[in-house]
Design a protein around this ligand. Structure first.
Ligand SMILES: [Zn+2]
Length: 195
């Protein structure tokens, strides 16, 4: 039997114990090394990655990566404007990312259905989520911007790029609604105002 050809059990245990200890040491050293790496270069490295990828890059995996359908299917002028705005916001030290861009009709309907459940009725839901027929996201003409400081930055500077907040209750939703440097139209109360 194989078992009999092996070393006596106590010796094996001892060896296994030694190997186990060695493994623990290796793991601890590896974790420590990773920890050091993160401490030494982590934030700088991340910052480097962020600026290399840019907040407004092209096909780089960033938030405005045109490989994503939500980005690729946006109106090219809108995409160009939001990319330039994101770049300038980033220069001001303000993060500006795309939370939502183009949406399929099915996706929009799903969002509306969810909102109906959440708000307990179609009427209230429509104040927050447009129908597939009225949503500017479905036509690629709207973007939802985050985080809050990014949306605030765009609310302040968006008109320089032709980007305007449209609905009074959605400070994150922007559309190309004026000529660059022009004046934005008056806010609509909410998305149900547009039908
Ligand atoms: Zn929106």
């Amino acid at each position: 039997m194989r078992e009999n050809s092996c070393s006596p059990v106590p010796a094996r245990r001892a060896r296994l114990g030694a190997i186990g200890t060695l493994l623990v040491v290796v793991v601890v050293v590896a974790v420590a090394a990773l920890g050091c790496g993160a401490t030494d270069t982590g934030s700088g490295g991340l910052r480097g990655l962020r600026s290399a990828a840019g907040p407004a890059g092209g096909g780089d995996g960033g938030p405005f990566d045109s490989h994503r359908p939500t980005v690729r299917r946006l109106d090219p002028d809108l995409l160009d404007a939001i990319r330039r705005a994101a770049r300038d916001a980033h220069r001001d030290g303000v993060p500006l990312v795309l939370n939502s861009g183009w949406r399929s009709r099915a996706h929009q309907q799903r969002l509306l259905d969810e909102a109906v459940t959440r708000y307990g009725g179609v009427e209230e839901a429509r104040r927050w989520v447009a129908t597939p027929d009225t949503s500017a996201h479905v036509t690629g003409d709207a973007v939802d911007i985050g985080p809050t400081e990014g949306a605030e930055w765009l609310g302040e500077h968006g008109a320089a790029y032709g980007l305007c907040q449209i609905f009074a209750n959605e400070s994150w939703h922007f559309e190309l609604a004026t000529t660059p440097g022009g004046e934005c139209p008056d806010l609509l109360p909410d998305s149900s105002s547009r039908s």
